[in-house]
Design a protein around this ligand. Structure first.
Ligand SMILES: [Zn+2]
Length: 75
């Protein structure tokens, strides 16, 4: 669904060449260990909403796991 090998050089949407504008950090909230990072996505403004779909998907696969995300602006 995303190409995370592009890291923060390009938008992680596979066919997008734009510079990423936002970092979306998806993490699991655990009782014992607090936040556990799952993946960081770097996305342009056009594709930032795709990250929400991924979170929705993860939640449907693992309904017992509390998955949350935070968005950070990139310079
Ligand atoms: Zn993009």
């Amino acid at each position: 669904m995303f190409d995370i090998k592009k890291l923060n050089n390009k938008c992680n949407e596979p066919n997008c060449e734009n510079k990423p504008k936002k970092e979306k950090l998806i993490y699991e909230q655990t009782v014992r260990r607090g936040k556990k990072s799952l993946v960081s996505l770097y996305l342009c403004n056009k594709h930032i909403c795709k990250a929400n779909k991924l979170v929705t998907k993860l939640k449907s696969i693992e309904p017992k796991v509390v998955i949350d995300m935070e968005v950070n602006d990139l310079r």
